[in-house]
Write a protein that binds this ligand. Structure first.
Ligand code: NAD
Ligand code: ZN
Length: 355
């Protein structure tokens, strides 16, 4: 069966395009007594970007903290805050920040129209009602969260996205100027998330011409950004993120992402850096990709944390292995239908023990 998937319907790209956000959402200010919610990564509180938000009338500024990656309990509390603020459903949500803030905005827009806790919807196509109109303005590039149909959340029993067509943003505004000022380490980790999406998609068994077309272009852009230091690197990385996301939308990620989920669930390690930590030990699976990744690390003088699992209990290590191996499609994409013969619990444990 071929998957029939939706994509983000409206996209604006270009330096300074953020200035048109007010105009874009103006068309969606439908109800006189309604309002927009601006979900703003709190790193921008008191910064020039905050004063540029096109807020009017009853609009609500909702600063979000992403020191921890988004949890279902956090989403539920933010939704409650909006409901306490007004009994009217907002006309729209705007998420401004990196993958975390964008995923928070997606999840809020879904939970304002669907009952219960966001944890009830971690999985595939469990959402029943269309979301509130929602817009993304990325300030970090690499995750592809701006175009994906998932909002990744850590819940009480699992880390899993709310995957649905309703999760997709209705509009994205890609303004490369907003990437200025990202600390180099964070820029690199989030950018490598994109590079690894490309490698895992292109070297997976699910690869097809659709995913290959996007993945190859994204990889080419990543090389210009991370190896050639191209003067337009912010514009290029923003498009690499978009293309990388489009590539995995019709294929899948692989071993590195599965291992990074284990690191994240048990040790709370963030997605981008977690992918970098895991990728560095995967030369057996992605030899060329890992070699090039190390060249990129050297060029940008990135050093990764080591010995993260050295003092962990057996129980915690086993939970990490279980978390990683539960991600069946990722392993199947990476190693084929007989992946279990190739990636035993022992081999997976061995990889984690090296990290
Ligand atoms: P992030 O959103 O977690 O942000 C990382 C740090 O950078 C934070 O401290 C943030 O405040 C800061 N930051 C953001 N923009 C900045 C800017 N312009 N200047 C200075 N600091 C800035 O990082 P990320 O790597 O973009 O996102 C990771 C998250 O995305 C994880 O929660 C992961 O699960 C999720 N993710 C989602 C998808 C998806 O398809 N939905 C895909 C991959 C990852
Ligand atoms: Zn990723």
């Amino acid at each position: 069966m071929y998957r029939n998937f939706s994509i983000v319907p409206k996209i604006m790209f270009g330096r300074g395009s953020f200035n048109q956000l007010g105009e874009v959402i103006g068309e969606r200010r439908i109800h006189a007594d309604s309002f927009f919610v601006f979900v703003l990564d709190d790193v921008f509180l008191g910064k020039p970007l905050q004063s540029r938000l096109p807020m009017h009338g009853k609009d609500l500024l909702l600063p979000v903290n992403v020191a921890d990656e988004p949890k279902t309990s956090y989403i539920d509390s933010l939704v409650l805050k909006i409901r306490e603020y007004s009994s009217v459903v907002p006309d729209g949500i705007v998420g401004i920040g990196g993958g975390s803030a964008m995923d928070i905005a997606k999840a809020i827009s879904l939970m304002l129209t669907n009952p219960g806790s966001s944890a009830d919807y971690q999985g595939w196509d469990l959402i029943k009602n269309p979301s509130v109109y929602h817009v993304a303005v990325p300030t970090l590039a690499g995750t592809g969260a701006e175009i994906s149909r998932t909002a990744i959340l850590t819940g009480p029993v699992k880390k899993l996205g709310i995957n649905s067509d309703y999760t997709l943003f209705n509009q994205i505004v890609l303004d490369p100027e907003l990437l200025a000022g990202v600390p180099t380490d964070q820029w690199f980790y989030t950018g490598m998330d994109c590079y690894i999406h490309d490698i895992e998609s292109l070297h997976g068994t699910y690869i097809n011409e659709f995913s290959k077309s996007y993945g190859e272009k994204s990889l080419d852009l990543c090389r210009q950004v991370f190896l050639e230091d191209h003067p337009d690197k912010d514009d290029k990385l923003m498009m690499a993120s978009y293309f990388g996301g489009m590539s995995i939308a019709y294929s899948q990620v692989g071993a590195c992402h599965a291992l990074s989920y284990g690191l994240s669930y048990v040790l709370g390690i963030h997605h981008g850096i977690g992918c970098c930590i895991a990728f560095d030990y995967l030369e057996e699976i992605y030899p060329q990709g890992v070699r090039e990744f190390r060249m990129m690390m050297d060029k940008h003088r990135i050093t990764l944390p080591r010995k993260l699992t050295a003092n962990m209990s057996d129980e915690a290590l086993q939970l990490m292995v279980t978390t990683a191996l539960n991600l069946v499609p990722l392993w199947e994409n990476c190693l084929g239908p007989d992946w279990q013969k190739l990636m035993s619990r022992e081999r997976c444990l061995g990889l984690f023990k090296r990290m």
